[in-house]
Every structure is written in structure tokens, then in C-alpha cells.
Design a protein around this ligand. Structure first.
Ligand code: SOE
Length: 385
């Protein structure tokens, strides 16, 4: 079986997804093969260039036209957040399966509409929380489910970057609320929230705070991925999102959580890290060392107890047997390969895949609760949303 893919967006995430479709069938044996049918973007020259590099068969410059096509089975949305809802709802109504980048939507209302549209159309839907498919994080999940760290007491997470510390870094779309929805909170915090839900469970209540350290920046003349060029120094615009967001939470199972998402941590490039403490042990992960998982077991002899570093590259580890011999590490791009592998199998077998739009909605509720809490300076129950 083949799955004809129409991918919307061709920059940072568009390339990560293109690469995933290209490589996945070369290493995995999926039940359905993704066919790189159409790459879609507004700038014809830009989209054609990327389509040629990755081997997309055709291009489109209108997502509406793409969705109307009868020969497309899966719509993959990597465009900015403000267009997710319109595209996803239209794609669902046209009977297309959907993969959508995170955060799912601009707010809870939109996210719920997307879930409702996808569910009532009976299509497969997935959200791009790719870090669930880091083998070390998948191993952490297995260890927790096996009871290796017992009852969870703490989840402590930070996602730190530094690419906008320079006050003259331009006002890219990720710093504009009407395009991105929020700043570090939705871009980085969303990943932490999803990992927390994956490993610990649902949130009950939280209290948050955020700050925009640099309130004005030069306008951007060009941007791609996380790089951009500023125009004239006098042409400036207002930053309308948070630069950093922090919150404390109580999970429904009684565990306590602390979260910090910032782009103002010099030296931290993509430091997505968490520690889970349970009654029988602890787990520590850091994306900058993504092939490793730190594990401490309370059952170890006192003399030799403590954290051990598990190199998560043995064939018994999740996803790894498709790759290289032990110790031959994998990287960021592999998480997207694992994601499209699971999605293609789910479409082929007509079974649900996770994380999906439901997980997107649950994450969006937490994001919005942080914003409400920050604005109103109070604890917020997730059930209020
Ligand atoms: C930029 O902050 C970014 O690329 C995010 O948008 C991704 O979701 C994250 O995985 C890495 O950082």
C-alpha cells in the first residue's frame, strides 16, 4: 500500500518531515510506503528548490488546491500555528489523514474544533510531538510502566535555548503572537507538557509566570529555521509573545511538577531536559545527550548504587534495531523518521496513533491555563478551560 503525502511548509520542519519520508522506508519496513507526491508553499521558487532537493514529485502554491486533490491521502502541516486550524479542518472534511506540527492551535477552542473535525471525519490524526520517539524517552516510558522507579513524586523539566538572546535578533514569526500563538511557552513548553503527560499523566492545576525581556526588535527581512536577517535598525516592531515561561503544577496522581521554557539561556542550544523521581528510583534525560538515559534504582546495593548511564543504542531499545550497531548513535532527525513510521503503520492498519489531536488538545489546555494563571496571578484548574 502507498500513502500519497501532501506536505505544507518547506522550511525547518518542512525539511525535517521531507527527510523523514525520504529515509523512513529505507531503514524500516512499514506496512504502507509514503509517496512524496506534493510539496506546498506560497513562494514558488522556494518550494520548487526544496522539492527538487528532497525529490517531491510536484509542487503546489495553494493549500486549498492541494486539499482538493483526489490523489492525496495524508496532509502534513508544518506551516506556522495560525494556519493549522483552517487547514486541518478542511483536510479532515476532505477525508485526508493529517499530521500537524505542534502546538496544535492558537488556543483551546481551535484545538477542540480540529479534534472534532478529525474524529467526525474518521481520519487518522497525529500531532508532531516528535520527542516521544527519542529512544531514550520511549525507554523512560517503558521503565516507568514496568514500575522501575515506583510511584512518581516529582517531574522537573526545563527546555532552554539561546537563539534570541541578542536584542538585535530580528522579529521572526515565532515572536509574533498572531502567528505563533505564544512564545517559548507554546514552542518549547508544549514539548515538556507532552512529555509530562506521556510519562506522568494528566495535569490537575498550575500556577505560572512569564516575561518578555526584549520588548522591541528590528524587523526581519528574511528568515528560515532559527536564523534570520534584520533590516534597517530604525524599522522595529513589538515582541508580542513571552520570552520565558515558568510554571508549577500538581498532577492528577498527586505528583508535583516544575517547568521552565526559555530562549534566554546562553550556552543552552536545545537543552530539553527532565528528571523524574519516584519511590524506587529516578530517571534523567537531556536532549543534548539524546542517546543516553540516566537511571538510578533504589534496589541497587548501597555500595554501588547511584545513577548509571544507559547508552540507548542496543537492539532491544525502542526503534533502534532499524539503525546501526550498538553505540552508533542517532540524532534529532531520526525522531521524525520514527514518527512517520508509526503514522504510516497506523494508516495501513486503520488503528489510532499517538500523540494525536486529543493529546494536542490536552497540551493546549495546559498552555492556556499557564496564560490565564500568569494574567490573573492565581492557581488555575485545568478543568476550568
Ligand atoms: C525552535 O525553538 C524549535 O525548533 C522548536 O520549534 C521545536 O519544536 C523544537 O523541537 C526545537 O526548537
Amino acid at each position: 500500500m502507498n500513502i500519497n503525502v501532501g506536505l505544507i511548509g518547506y522550511k525547518f520542519m518542512g525539511k525535517a518531515h521531507s527527510h523523514a519520508y525520504l529515509d523512513m522506508p529505507k531503514f524500516f519496513k512499514p506496512d504502507a510506503i509514503p509517496v512524496m507526491k506534493v510539496l506546498c508553499g506560497r513562494d514558488e521558487a522556494g518550494v520548487r528548490e526544496v522539492a527538487n532537493i528532497f525529490g517531491w514529485q510536484e509542487i503546489e502554491t495553494s493549500w486549498e488546491r492541494l486539499i482538493e486533490r483526489k490523489d492525496i491521502d495524508l496532509i502534513d502541516i508544518t506551516a506556522p500555528t495560525n494556519v493549522h486550524k483552517e487547514i486541518a479542518v478542511a483536510a479532515a472534511r476532505a477525508g485526508k489523514n493529517i499530521l500537524c506540527e505542534k502546538p496544535l492551535a492558537m488556543n483551546v477552542k481551535e484545538a477542540r474544533e480540529m479534534l472534532e473535525a478529525a474524529e467526525s471525519a474518521g481520519v487518522k490524526h497525529m500531532i508532531g510531538f516528535n520527542y516521544r520517539r527519542v529512544p531514550a524517552i520511549a525507554l523512560a516510558k517503558k521503565l516507568i510502566e514496568d514500575g522501575a522507579i515506583g510511584k512518581i513524586y516529582h517531574f522537573r523539566a526545563v527546555y532552554l535555548q539561546d537563539w534570541i538572546v541578542d536584542p538585535n535578533f530580528p522579529l521572526v514569526w515565532r515572536l509574533q503572537r498572531d502567528v505563533a500563538g505564544s512564545g517559548s511557552l507554546g514552542d518549547l513548553g508544549a514539548h515538556l507538557i507532552d512529555i509530562a503527560r506521556f510519562l506522568v499523566g494528566e495535569f490537575d492545576e498550575l500556577i505560572g509566570m512569564s516575561e518578555t525581556f526584549i520588548k522591541e526588535r528590528p524587523l526581519a527581512v528574511s528568515m528560515t529555521g532559527l536564523s534570520a536577517k534584520a533590516g534597517e535598525a530604525k524599522d522595529r516592531g513589538t515582541v508580542t509573545v513571552d520570552d520565558a515561561a515558568l510554571f508549577l503544577t500538581r498532577f492528577q496522581n498527586g505528583a508535583l511538577g516544575s517547568f521552565e521554557a526559555t530562549r534566554f539561556a546562553p550556552g543552552r542550544k536545545n537543552y530539553n531536559s527532565f528528571e523524574v523521581n519516584g519511590s524506587e528510583g529516578s530517571i534523567v534525560f537531556n536532549l543534548e545527550r539524546m542517546n543516553e538515559l540516566q537511571f538510578c534504582s533504589g534496589n541497587d546495593p548501597q555500595e554501588t548504587g547511584g545513577f548509571r548511564t544507559i547508552m540507548v543504542t542496543e537492539p532491544v531499545h525502542p526503534y533502534i534495531s532499524a539503525w546501526w550497531p550498538p553505540g552508533h548513535i542517532i540524532g534529532y532527525e531520526h525522531t521524525f523518521i520514527h514518527e512517520v513510521y508509526d503514522l504510516c503503520n497506523a494508516i495501513a492498519s486503520d488503528t489510532p496513533v499517538e500523540p494525536n489531536f486529543y493529546d494536542g488538545v490536552k497540551c493546549q489546555e495546559v498552555l492556556e491555563a499557564v496564560e490565564v494563571s500568569t494574567r490573573e496571578r492565581r492557581w488555575v484548574k485545568i478543568s476550568e478551560l
